[in-house]
Design a protein around this ligand. Structure first.
Ligand SMILES: Cc1ncc(COP(=O)(O)O)c(C=O)c1O
Length: 449
């Protein structure tokens, strides 16, 4: 840990002096809240946000920070884009919740299908978590098989089935599943899920060998903690193997949808799928999730559960007019500007990664900024191919780096997955790159790198 006078100690003192209001709220909040939001978003020093605009957030003490949280991904256009704000105002004047159908559901589903032509039918829900849950359930019902395969290093939300991860003690090429955290029945890991190795051709053999048990293979085109843009050929082959063996193939596009490109990971990597999940950017910053795909599969969720083929779905706020209105406004803008928006996001993403990585290489710093377009994760180790390489990274350096970075006015959420947006100007990207380089040097000066 930092000792008096070190860069880390000075950064901590600076943050404490800047944020008395946030600290007071943190102390007050700790009497009623177990944690700020969820543990993965905790900052080195509590920062309570009052307002957001473009690429910046302002806290309760009046400090303005350059934001790389982007709401955990949804804000592809930055905070409070005018088109979305206007659409929300307009919808507020008409009412914000009804539960009966509203015309905006049709419009948003049509826009989604324009981006992802495989989306013959879409069912809306309120989060990516619900979307992946429905994807698994409907695949089991459709195929009559019970097992779902996910990959080591994946994240598919917070429901019980999504909490089966690769047991770190299991072999890299033959991972076994293990539920994480308390309260998740072990039987879910043992009896219903299969864990496959990501970016590893061995996964194809396991799918072939277990085809009679598997309802679904669910995969992220880009993984959150190891974002890479070179998994295309492997993903294409995985889809082909699933198709040959009668196993449904689902892409989890909750992060990549409308962020990697208008057509998400599917278009970026040239993929097709039976099912796909969306969330985050789809709602223009309002809560949303969606399961889309083949009409014969997704339509089972539209039948009553009393029908022998019906699959249960529910949700008071599913398809609510505010989320629909914000999503239509955001997607409408993305669709109209896709020719410039996505090249901009992906070019600036590559520029930031290059600035940080060449700096690390020149100075032989043991860190690497991985990115796929505007999706980033910084690792305190070099030569990372998959999540299995992360076990021995330099966690002390990571902790100190983020203290130093925050003190330079750049916010990365506690999970350390971060995003840029259309609102980040080239000058903002330069400022961020310099802050990363300076924070790396501070961390090195304190002996952590
Ligand atoms: C790939 C992926 N799938 C699903 C989810 C769950 O989405 P939500 O947080 O909206 O429940 C997330 C959330 O970060 C995600 O990254």
């Amino acid at each position: 840990m930092a000792t008096a006078g070190t860069r880390g100690a000075l950064a901590r003192e600076k943050l404490a002096a800047m944020t008395p209001g946030s600290r007071a709220l943190h102390e007050r909040g700790s009497k009623v809240l177990p944690v700020e939001v969820v543990p993965t978003f905790e900052m080195p020093s509590p920062i309570y946000v009052r307002s957001m605009e473009g690429a910046r957030i302002t806290d309760v003490d009046g400090n303005t920070w350059l934001d790389l949280t982007m709401g955990a991904g949804p804000h592809v256009l930055g905070h409070r884009p005018k088109v979305v704000e206007d659409a929300l105002h307009d919808q507020l004047r008409r009412g914000w919740h009804v539960v009966l159908h509203n015309e905006r559901q049709v419009e948003l589903a049509e826009l989604l299908a324009d981006a992802a032509p495989m989306a013959e039918r879409t069912i809306f829900c309120n989060s990516g978590t619900e979307a992946t849950m429905y994807g698994m359930r409907v695949a089991r019902a459709f195929t009559g098989r019970e097992k779902v395969a996910v990959f080591d290093g994946s994240y598919h939300g917070a429901h019980d089935y999504a909490l089966v991860k690769a047991d770190p003690a299991s072999p890299r090429h033959a991972p076994t599943g293990k539920v994480i955290g308390g309260g998740v029945p072990r039987a879910i890991g043992d009896d219903t899920m299969v864990v496959l190795p990501y970016r590893d051709p061995v996964a194809f053999d396991i799918v072939r060998a277990r085809k009679d048990e598997l309802a679904l293979v669910m995969v992220q085109p880009v993984q959150n903690t190891v974002p890479r843009d070179d998994s295309g050929p492997w993903l294409q082959e995985l889809h082909a193997v699933c198709k040959e063996n009668g196993v449904l193939f689902m892409l989890d596009e909750v992060v990549t949808g409308f962020r990697l490109g208008w057509g998400g990971g599917m278009a970026f990597f040239g993929l097709d799928a039976d099912l796909a999940t969306f969330g985050k950017a789809l709602g223009g910053g309002m809560p949303i999730g969606a399961l889309s795909g083949r009409a014969d599969i997704v339509s089972l969720l539209g039948r009553s559960w009393t029908d022998p083929k019906g699959v249960f779905s529910g949700g008071t706020f599913s398809g609510n007019p505010l989320s629909m209105a914000a999503g239509i406004a955001a997607l409408g803008h993305m669709q109209a500007n896709k020719a410039t928006l996505y090249p901009y996001l992906n070019t600036q993403g590559a520029r930031l990664a290059h600035a940080v990585n060449s700096f690390c290489e020149e100075r032989q710093i043991g860190a690497q900024l991985l990115n796929a377009g505007s999706i980033f994760y910084m690792h305190f180790k070099r030569g990372i191919d998959s999540s299995r390489d992360l076990a021995d990274e330099n966690k002390d350096a990571e902790r100190e780096f983020y203290v130093n970075l925050t003190a330079k006015g750049v916010i990365v959420p506690g999970i350390h997955l971060f995003f840029t947006s259309a609102a980040h100007t080239p000058q903002d990207i330069d400022t961020i790159a310099t802050a990363f380089q300076d924070a790396l040097m501070d961390t090195r000066e304190d002996g952590f790198l």
